[in-house]
Design a protein. Sequence first.
Length: 193
Amino acid sequence: MSDLYEEVCAWYNLYMAWLGAARGKRGREPAARFEYHLEDNLLQLQEELQGKTYRPGPYDSFYIHEPKRRLISAAPFRDRVVHHALCNVIGPPFERRFIADSYANRIGKGTHRALDFYERITEANGRKGQERLEKLRQADVALDKVRHYLRLAARWKWLSGGQYRHAAAMAAEVGRLLGGWIKQTIDALGKTT
């Protein structure tokens, strides 16, 4: 067994994975049922993982209607423990290699950080004159960082050619819009002076 796989199967890691999977869900029936026989359940998972007999269970599918109707497929609680166990071990080495502007499923990132760029644009929209120009230029610097990270990600093969072309085209379109807003603001400032 490889060192990383042994770490995934380690008792301490499985226990920490249970804590992570149970966070915010300890009052719910699947988490409570798993916790009721916690040691037995963790030992069973450990044996299955070490013996390479572990198989994921069937997903529970249901619809939510906020803000629109969407199908949600939720993994069984014991599978969520395995997901956490795996991410506890392989997450840190991958985390160091992710580009700074990659936000999905990352600790301390999330969609709120992705909105920072758009927040600058929104702030610029509510400003006039020189303040507006400054906010737009800050957004332009942020977009340059995104372009740089995209090029690095493509060079290091973290993105496929198609993924890079798609992301670069989207960044270019945003750049054209941003450039037009900067030009309009500069032109407006020139007319008022």
